[in-house]
Write a protein that binds this ligand. Structure first.
Ligand SMILES: [Ca+2]
Ligand SMILES: [Ca+2]
Ligand SMILES: [Ca+2]
Length: 259
């Protein structure tokens, strides 16, 4: 009987001691990064990340590929390899995180970065880089003179060399002061966009516009001018007040002006 109690006691002790380290919150380390488990005798692989500056380069433009946000959790990165043409062969190998590259035609490219850490482990990242042209600056068609309160149409027209959809962004200036702005679109490349605008008060206005494609590439600005003279009503306000107060004279003036 005593023997049996001793055996049960031993079994309980062994079971308890195997539970304690976990239940007591002992530091049980499980190597774990982003859902992947690794053998405990291996280090952590590095994580590859990179950005392109400018984010949407033009054809022929030398862009900077920056991998400085890549990291290794338990060591350091010893090499940065770049595959520019997505053929699986790394075309450049650097010890620094930045590389420069230019593409000559406008299209989407998959660029792959492979980083290697001091233990020879790898991290890989592929990003799509869009090489794209700037759109043309818009032609602007509209009146050069108008009346206060009148609604006038300004038509913008531009093409994008890549046939990207475009927006027309406009600014209205009054006597060289910024007055209002907005954006219309998207339109297909080579399609008119029309802005209907009410001018008030009188003054010298300019309507400037640029084309922006769907990748955010902005053209130069175009500008046209429209003058909104003071209306006769405003200009002759004192004269009208005078006439309203002199009813006979008013009748006489109206008779002359209507004849
Ligand atoms: Ca490592
Ligand atoms: Ca390659
Ligand atoms: Ca474009």
């Amino acid at each position: 009987m005593e023997k049996r109690i001793l055996v049960i006691g031993l079994v309980l002790l062994v079971s308890f001691s195997s539970i304690v380290p976990i239940s007591m919150g002992y530091d049980v380390k499980i190597p774990y990064i982003k859902g992947r488990l690794f053998k405990s005798n291996m280090g952590y692989p590095p994580v590859a990340k990179f950005e392109v500056n400018p984010p949407c380069p033009s054809p022929g433009e030398l862009a900077s590929y920056r991998a400085k946000n890549s990291f290794d959790p338990d060591g350091y990165i010893v090499s940065y390899e770049w595959d520019w043409d997505n053929d699986g062969i790394y075309d450049e190998n650097h010890t620094i995180p930045t590389a420069v590259h230019a593409y000559n035609s406008s299209q989407k490219y998959n660029v792959t970065l492979r980083v290697t850490d001091n233990e020879g482990l790898n991290g890989i990242k592929t990003n799509t880089v869009i090489i794209d042209n700037f759109p043309e600056k818009p032609s602007i068609y509209g009146p050069s003179v108008g009346n206060t309160g009148g609604v006038y149409n300004f038509t913008f027209y531009a093409c994008d060399p890549d046939d990207d959809d475009i927006y027309y962004r406009y600014w209205i200036w009054l006597n060289d002061w910024h007055y209002s702005y907005g954006e219309i679109g998207p339109f297909s490349s080579g399609t008119n966009g029309t802005l209907a605008y009410t001018f008030w008060p009188s003054g010298d206005y300019s309507v400037s516009a640029q084309t922006v494609d769907i990748y955010g590439k902005e053209s130069e600005w175009s500008e046209v001018y429209i003058t909104i003279p003071r209306t006769r009503t405003v200009y002759n306000l004192n004269w009208y007040n005078f006439l309203n107060n002199h009813i006979v004279l008013r009748w006489f003036v109206l008779r002359i002006t209507n004849s």
